[in-house]
Design a protein around this ligand. Structure first.
Ligand SMILES: *[C@@H]1O[C@H](CO)[C@@H](O)[C@H](O)[C@H]1NC(C)=O
Ligand SMILES: *[C@@H]1O[C@H](CO)[C@@H](O)[C@H](O)[C@H]1NC(C)=O
Ligand SMILES: *[C@@H]1O[C@H](CO)[C@@H](O)[C@H](O)[C@H]1NC(C)=O
Length: 379
């Protein structure tokens, strides 16, 4: 029995060995090359780069298989790779050019010729970075861009620390609709230097990456450029709401206001209301441009509110609160005041009219008397 056991084990071992051997040898047969001429190209769009490559060598051996490329890329120092699987020979995306870019790609072979399993090539790698020029302190500081009322883009910055007196900065921008990067044409000046830019009207620049580069020049030193990427709908600061009205019916208070004039759709607003009843104030938000609330006390004398607005989460990832609107108030004893205000002059006027009519009537009587007397004398 022991012999037979041994034999069976041997048999199994031999079977397993041959099975492994055959799969190993069949896998070893299929080998695919990585893509050729993998490179990262900078078309001058301030961060929007082209990753491109050529097909792997000897792909004609695998006609019954699909060939795809797995591309991974990231800014150097960032934690995660972005992964794309594509059949194309080019891929485009935006990068932060303040840092370098690295990418790698390999060929994926799948189909009949591999018996359904996926065969991968080794990686091809490429990197890209703007050759660093100037030290970090020469960069602009505190870049701040706001897209006012979804209409006017405005950026401002501070000069680099310790830059030479002849240093000046220039702003360039690009987004998908432009053929090439453009320079700012309307700079804001401070002490004769460019410290901001008023952008011209931009044709549908939102919901896509908007690239900005602020670089500079000086005869005596190199200036480090700064790169920025925004989506303009995320930096909108609306005009504040106006035409506020407050009406009070016993306990119910109705607050209303108008959307600011401009291109922002009604459904894109969120409002914050600061409501004051005598000495207490509370703040709430709403998506409507109207609100009903209940008075906490019948005796409250002064009800006031003001509103500000922001682009809501249905239209952007972020936004900037507008300034607060003017304050609108309702005063509890306003009726008495208005009553008095109207009644006193009204009483005066009525009295005056009465006096005049009396006088007229009196005069008329006297006149009549005189006429009668005259007739009497003549007759
Ligand atoms: C694919 O699998 C079949 C059976 O499933 C086998 O006969 C054939 O040899 C395999 N071919 C390769 C290339 O592995
Ligand atoms: C600033 O950037 C623009 C756009 O990329 C480029 O054309 C220009 O030469 C740069 N200027 C300097 C001084 O580096
Ligand atoms: C306010 O006054 C009305 C009647 O004048 C009364 O019915 C109501 O309960 C009062 N509400 C409060 C909150 O005092």
């Amino acid at each position: 029995m022991a012999f037979i056991h041994l034999d069976i084990r041997c048999l199994y071992a031999i079977l397993i060995c041959t099975a492994f051997g055959s799969t190993l040898s069949s896998n070893a047969e299929i080998k695919v090359n990585p893509p050729q001429d993998f490179e990262i190209l900078d078309p001058g769009y301030l961060g929007y780069l082209y990753l491109q490559w050529q097909p792997s060598l000897s792909l004609e051996n695998f006609k019954e298989c699909t060939v795809e490329y797995e591309l991974k890329y990231r800014n150097i120092d960032s934690e995660n790779w972005k992964t794309i699987i594509t059949k194309n020979l080019c891929y485009k995306d935006g990068f932060d050019l303040n840092k370098g870019v690295e990418a790698k790609i390999h060929t994926l072979l799948q189909g009949q010729c591999t018996n359904g399993s996926t065969v991968q090539s080794s990686w091809s790698e490429a990197t890209y970075s703007i050759s660093p020029q100037g030290n970090l302190e020469t960069k602009i500081r505190d870049m701040d861009c706001t897209y006012y009322n979804w209409q006017y883009l405005f950026c401002s910055w501070k000069l680099g620390i310790g830059v030479h007196f002849d240093t000046d900065y220039n702003l360039f921008y690009w987004y998908e609709d432009l053929d090439h990067a453009l320079q700012c044409v309307d700079y804001i000046k401070g002490n004769g230097k460019n410290i901001g830019c008023r952008f011209p009207y931009l044709e549908s620049p939102d919901y896509k990456d908007f690239y900005i580069c602020v670089n500079g020049s000086s005869k005596s030193q190199l200036i480090r450029p700064s790169y920025f990427i925004f989506q303009l709908q995320n930096i909108v600061k609306p005009s504040p709401p106006d035409y506020l009205s407050i009406s009070v019916k016993s306990e119910e208070i109705n607050l209303k206001w108008s959307m600011p004039i401009g291109p922002i759709p009604v459904k894109c607003f969120i409002y914050e209301i600061a409501f004051t009843e005598d000495d207490s104030t509370w703040v709430t938000t709403t998506f409507e441009n109207e609100m009903y609330i209940t008075r906490t006390s019948n005796k409250s004398q002064q009800l006031c509110f003001l509103v500000r607005n922001k682009v809501n989460i249905y239209c952007s990832d972020d936004g900037i609160w507008s300034e607060w609107s003017d304050k609108q108030c309702w005063k509890g004893d306003i009726r008495k005041e208005t009553l008095l205000f109207f009644l006193i002059p009204f009483a005066f006027v009525s009295l005056f009219v009465l006096l005049i009519t009396c006088l007229l009537l009196y005069n008329q009587k006297a006149l009549l008397k005189m006429v009668k007397n005259k007739i009497y004398i003549m007759s």
